[in-house]
Every structure is written in structure tokens, then in C-alpha cells.
Design a protein around this ligand. Structure first.
Ligand SMILES: *Cc1c(COP(=O)(O)O)cnc(C)c1O
Length: 347
């Protein structure tokens, strides 16, 4: 893979913004170079543009060198930056699977980039041959999501590998739900695949959605590109500090994870007892995709009872499906109770 060639020409030749902290990052006692206020510490100073302290911690947790880590304002930021770096608007395209996470298409549309969508098989398995067949000379990236949203299943590792090995552009593998999954992450394989970008997030298993921290793991070359085009101070000080404090506690809190996985199985069992439930799809994530009779009516019934689930019934291959996040045991019991009331109405 030739990264230079893959980049948009204007990005390949870009002179990035150079901040005061880029030009001097050593120790000093008097900083008069950034037009900051001397008052109201610690909020008066610009935060570290490359979040080194936080990256060192994440490096230990994920076993990835600091040079191979990019941190963004949620995973949405690296997704958008990848389009801006590699896809010439109105010319280049990306290939993705369907159904999948909606943000890839939104970022593509914002960047005036076509998405060539390849349907998963009816059991939601990935067909690597079909994905590769969809590629043409203007395809810069392939987006894969495993475990996939909204289907909940992990994609087959051999199919994923086949795509990474055969495609000459970048493969973006979104592993937002990997902590809920038995299959292993592709992170340990990163060094063997210079065209692979892996996305992780603190928004799901790590229970920090409000702090907005997404991670991209990739070759040093790719990470440099993302750093060059990001906003200089994309992660604010409060997020850097709060995340660091939370991460020094533990991995994704082991007790929360255990409860969520037990609840996922218990919920599937309970849902299968309901007359109107046609199918509960197997899940490798913290949600269940459930095929039901009359999804819209059930959705409205639950809203009236102040319970919100996600109506996915208009999504390709998800006809009549609701997507239900695994909540706390109390929240889940509340949902199941309401669904029994609905079931009794139908009789
Ligand atoms: C929730 C989710 C994310 C996380 O997005 P953030 O911007 O990091 O909160 C990423 N990818 C998928 C597939 C998701 O479902």
C-alpha cells in the first residue's frame, strides 16, 4: 500500500497549523507564547494537543505503542477525518456493509463521497468476496463493524482478514462492542496490516459516553495524517483528566461487564417466552436485535410507559426488528414486565 498515493493531493501537501505548544513542549516556568490568561488555573492553559499522558495509559491497557494511537472527540472524529484525508469529494468512494452503523454514511454524505453498500447474508454473515467485488478504482476505504450494529453479531475473522489482505486501500474495522464479544480483537494483528485502522470507544463497555473519547489504532504513518488534520486541541482538559482518573481504576469495570453479559442471556430467554417475539438474534454486543409482530405499535406502547427502545424495522434485513440495549437488572425487569402486559393484550 502506498499511503502517499491514497491521500487526497491537497492533504499530502498540507502545511499543518503549528500551535505554541507544538513549537515548544519542554519544561519552563514562564509561558508567554500562547496569549493565554495567567489567571484561573488550571483552565487558563491550552491542553496537550497530543494527549501524551492519556495515550501512555491507553497504550498500557491496549498494548499498542503511543505512536499508533489517535484520540478523538468520540469515534465520530476519526471517521470524519479519514474521509477528509482520503476521499476526494465527488470522485472517490468507500465500500461498506448493510445494515451497519449509520455514521459512516452520514460522514460520507457530508464529505460528498459515495458509499457502495454490500448487503450481509441473511444471517448477517460477512461475504468478503462480494465486498471485494464492489471495489473499483476510486475506492479508498472499506468500512467493517464487528460486532456489528444493529445486528449484534461478530463478523467472521477469516472473512475480515481476507478483505484486509486483498484490498489495496484502507480497511476501517470498528470494534466499538469488542469488549462484549468472545472473539478476539484485531489490535494484536495491527503490526502485520499497514492498511488497517481499528476503532475503539469509551462510550460502551467503559461507560464513559458523556466524556466523548474515541480511539483509532493504526500504523504510525496513518496516525500522523490524522494528527495533521485534526483540530489542534481536539480533546479538552476535563476529558483528558477525567478519563485518566477513570482508567486508573480498572479495565471496563469487571462487575458491570459480568452483569451485562448475564443480563443479555437472561433477557434473550425472557423475550423468547413472549408470543409476539418471532426471533431474538444472537448477540456479541450489549444489545439484542429482536424480530416481533407489530414493531411500531410495541415501540409506541413502550414510549407510553416511558421505556425507549430503538425501532430498526425500516432497516435492510431488519424488517420488524427492535434493537434493545441491555440496561441494569431493574431496567430490564421493567421492560420485560411491560412486554408481558402487551402480550396479554394480544390474546
Ligand atoms: C456507539 C458506537 C460507536 C461509538 O461512537 P462514539 O462517537 O465513540 O460515542 C462507534 N461505532 C459503533 C458501531 C457504535 O455503535
Amino acid at each position: 500500500m502506498n499511503l502517499e498515493k491514497l491521500l487526497r493531493p491537497n492533504i499530502a501537501s498540507l502545511t499543518p497549523y503549528s500551535s505554541a505548544r507544538d513549537e515548544f513542549s519542554g519544561e519552563a516556568s514562564v509561558f508567554l507564547d500562547a496569549n493565554e490568561s495567567p489567571y484561573n488555573g488550571p483552565f487558563n492553559r491550552y491542553p496537550d494537543p497530543l494527549q501524551l499522558e492519556l495515550k501512555k495509559r491507553i497504550s498500557v491497557i491496549k498494548n499498542v505503542p503511543v505512536e499508533n494511537i489517535f484520540l478523538g472527540n468520540g469515534s465520530d472524529e476519526p471517521i470524519d477525518l479519514l474521509f477528509r484525508a482520503f476521499c476526494e469529494p465527488g470522485k472517490d468512494n468507500v465500500v461498506s456493509i448493510a445494515p451497519t452503523y449509520g455514521m459512516y454514511k452520514v460522514c460520507a454524505d457530508i464529505n460528498n463521497t459515495e458509499v457502495i453498500s454490500v448487503p450481509l447474508r441473511t444471517n448477517f454473515d460477512l461475504d468478503s468476496i462480494e465486498v471485494l467485488r464492489a471495489v473499483n478504482e476510486n475506492t479508498k476505504m472499506i468500512f467493517l463493524c464487528s460486532p456489528n450494529n444493529p445486528t449484534g453479531n461478530a463478523l467472521d475473522a477469516y472473512e475480515i482478514k481476507h478483505i484486509i489482505e486483498k484490498f489495496e486501500g484502507l480497511v476501517i474495522l470498528d470494534e466499538a462492542y469488542i469488549d462484549f464479544c468472545k472473539d478476539k480483537s484485531f489490535v494484536p494483528d495491527l503490526a502485520s496490516y499497514p492498511n488497517l485502522v481499528i476503532l475503539h470507544t469509551l462510550s460502551k463497555a467503559w461507560a464513559m459516553a458523556a466524556l466523548r473519547l474515541g480511539m483509532a489504532f493504526a500504523s504510525e504513518e496513518i496516525i500522523k495524517v490524522l494528527n495533521t488534520i485534526k483540530y489542534p486541541y481536539n480533546i479538552n482538559l476535563l476529558t483528558q483528566k477525567k478519563v485518566l482518573a477513570q482508567l486508573s481504576k480498572q479495565k471496563p469495570n469487571a462487575k458491570w461487564m459480568r452483569t451485562t453479559l448475564l443480563e443479555r442471556e437472561a433477557m434473550a430467554t425472557e423475550l423468547n417466552k413472549l408470543q409476539f417475539v418471532l426471533k431474538v438474534y444472537p448477540s456479541d454486543a450489549n444489545f439484542l436485535l429482536v424480530q416481533v409482530e407489530q414493531p411500531k405499535k410495541i415501540y409506541e406502547f413502550l414510549v407510553d410507559r416511558k421505556i425507549i427502545v430503538r425501532d430498526r424495522s425500516n432497516v435492510l434485513l431488519c424488517e420488524n426488528c427492535l434493537r434493545i440495549s441491555i440496561g441494569s437488572p431493574e431496567e430490564n425487569a421493567n421492560l420485560i414486565k411491560s412486554l408481558h402486559i402487551w402480550d396479554d393484550y394480544q390474546k
